[in-house]
Design a protein around this ligand. Structure first.
Ligand code: ISL
Ligand code: CA
Length: 550
């Protein structure tokens, strides 16, 4: 069979870097571009094909760069445009592309556009933002919409006598995508970065552009797809790049509207159905972890099925906004390494492009902060105030933030067992996880059975087996409460993947006869089980993948 020619991003594995927490090269306690350059060999050894770089643009850093004050400059604490060009070039030499984070639903209230917009109703920049008048009946904001990071979504500006809209908060004013001049500015800026030879964009909250504020429709608004298609035509068409949009609202039913080939919008979306399924319906992410394996499997399988013949899936468990997978879905105690491997394997061997978040490749764990002063995240601190006002006790809030808060992912990467885990020679901007003496890159990489070595094999397997990229997907044992199992099919070939999501031994009744003569291609424990008519036994957090010809 001749191999279908796939775009590079279908066969590659992505790796997300949150620059502030990755590696500090100059001792100011903040990770930077030279720090990333210094660690490129670590990433090349892992076998990744591209880096999704969280924002490095000029920013007052209230939301750590998701609040941009100049789209064509690098934040001084991260480096310079020369450093950026050097990163793109040096990564490229190692076969790694740089995918930029694009935050154009909003900018920073320090952006020149916004400063001008606040000076006069008559300047062109005023129209780059969403303004509304006071409500005549209350003399207050147009509605009671709350901002994600706390407070009202509407902020009054005395000099123009109007309110502007900030979905996340007053320091992140929303850009008015309905204004053609704004769209032109954004597209010019995107092309400027693309012309530097970057590998594409991860597009922040793309679902929020095209909103209808007056009818209080925020996500997937009536003009969203029109604007994304316009972006594609203006910036992506004819370029060998990858684009992935962050969409909390997308479902298997709407997914193809974004990533169906003929739509010419984006290549894939990051959906959050499997993430939010474990959130408390009242308290959201700051509640308890309601993870349920059967729900999780069903959601992932629905996405696999929806994008089986068109579109493409992104595969991930973690990013800079989410808790660490071993703590959330696996075990961060005795089975930490084994569960890290199981989670990676069951995720990466589905159909789609897998994304590894920094530190995941050594099984880093949640932060476990004990004092409020340790938290840094604008969302956590904003919600702290909101929830305190609702009477939530401080300790309950700390527990919630430790379960699901965004700082879990943002503690520095643990490189070795020296002071501050080798992340910085200075004082880190956020505390290093106290387990760095054991859990660190140097330790893990010295172990041939380490998490890193397993990720290397997993990523390498993708190159060796076309079935991982091209095979169709079918969920097995949908109702099994402790095992995630599925089958991939490419012509006569079958790949069976199973993972035990619990800390107890468990049995699979149906698979024994099927895999009796199959070859184990990857396993996180020596596979000693002997499949037979009576099924197979899996040890705690054990994962195995078998290949055979049907
Ligand atoms: O998880 C969320 C909903 O409670 C929010 O943390 C988050 O803001 C949302 O996922 C959107 O995320 C993206 O846009 C934000 C930025 O703070 C996040 O880091 C980014 O990933 C605003 O730009
Ligand atoms: Ca630094």
């Amino acid at each position: 069979m001749t191999k279908p020619l796939q775009p590079w991003w279908k066969t590659a594995t992505g790796y997300q870097i949150y620059p502030r927490s990755f590696c500090d090269s100059n001792g100011d306690g903040i990770g930077d571009l030279q720090g990333i350059i210094a660690k490129l060999d670590h990433l090349a050894d892992l076998g990744i094909g591209f880096i999704w770089l969280s924002p490095v643009y000029a920013s007052p850093m209230r939301d750590n760069g998701y609040d941009i004050s100049d789209y064509r400059q690098i934040a001084p604490e991260f480096g310079t445009l020369e450093d950026f060009d050097a990163l793109v070039a040096q990564a490229r030499e190692k076969g790694i592309r740089i995918v930029m984070d694009l935050v154009v639903n909003h900018c920073s209230s320090d952006h020149d556009w916004f400063l001008k917009a606040c000076q006069s109703r008559d300047c062109p920049e005023h129209e780059f933002f969403y303004w509304r008048d006071q409500r005549p009946d209350t003399n207050g904001p147009p509605d009671d919409q709350r901002a994600c990071f706390g407070g009202s979504a509407w902020t009054w500006v005395e000099s123009v006598g109007r309110y502007y809209y900030g979905h996340f908060g007053s320091q992140q004013p929303e850009l008015n995508w309905h204004n053609p001049a704004l769209r032109r500015e954004v597209f010019n800026m995107m092309n400027w970065w693309l012309d530097k030879g970057i590998g594409g964009f991860r597009i922040d909250v793309i679902e929020l552009i095209g909103k209808d504020l007056d009818n209080r429709i925020y996500a997937e608004g009536p003009d969203m797809h029109r604007f994304i298609a316009e972006m594609h035509a203006a910036c992506f068409d004819g370029r060998d790049i990858m684009t992935v949009g962050e969409t909390w609202s997308a479902t298997p039913q709407t997914a193809l509207l974004y990533c169906g080939k003929a739509r010419k919008e984006v290549d894939m979306v990051f959906n959050f159905n499997h993430i939010e399924a474990a959130w408390d319906s009242d308290k959201g992410r700051f509640g308890t972890n309601l993870f349920d394996l059967c729900t999780h499997k069903r959601i992932l399988a629905d996405w696999q099925e929806a994008l089986a013949d068109d579109g493409w899936n992104s595969l991930y468990l973690s990013n800079h906004d989410l808790p660490r997978p071993v703590s959330h879905y696996g075990c961060d105690g005795p089975f930490r390494a084994r569960s890290a491997k199981m989670l990676a394997m069951t995720m990466h061997l589905m159909k789609g492009t897998p994304f590894v978040y920094q530190g995941e490749e050594i099984g880093m764990t949640n932060a476990n902060f004990t004092r409020l002063e340790q938290f840094r995240d604008i969302e956590t601190l904003g919600q702290l105030e909101e929830q305190a006002a609702l009477g939530v006790p401080q300790q309950a809030f700390i527990d919630g933030a430790n379960t699901n808060g965004r700082d879990n992912a943002r503690t520095p990467v643990q490189w070795d067992d020296t002071v501050h885990a080798g992340f910085t020679t200075g004082q880190p901007w956020i505390d290093v996880n106290t387990n760095y003496v054991d859990v660190n890159v140097a330790n893990d990489r010295a172990d041939k059975d380490g998490v890193f070595a397993f990720y290397q094999s997993l990523i390498a397997l993708r190159d060796a087996l076309d079935i991982i990229t091209d095979g169709s997907f079918a969920l097995l044992e949908a109702d099994h409460p402790s095992v995630f199992a599925y089958e991939r099919t490419l012509e006569r070939q079958r790949l069976i993947v199973v993972g035990n999501f619990t800390n107890k031994e468990t049995k699979l009744e149906t698979l024994g006869p099927i895999i009796k003569d199959a070859k184990v291609v990857l396993s996180n424990l020596d596979w000693e089980g002997s499949p037979c008519e009576r099924g197979i036994n899996l040890a705690p957090y054990q994962a195995v993948a078998w290949l055979y010809d049907a």
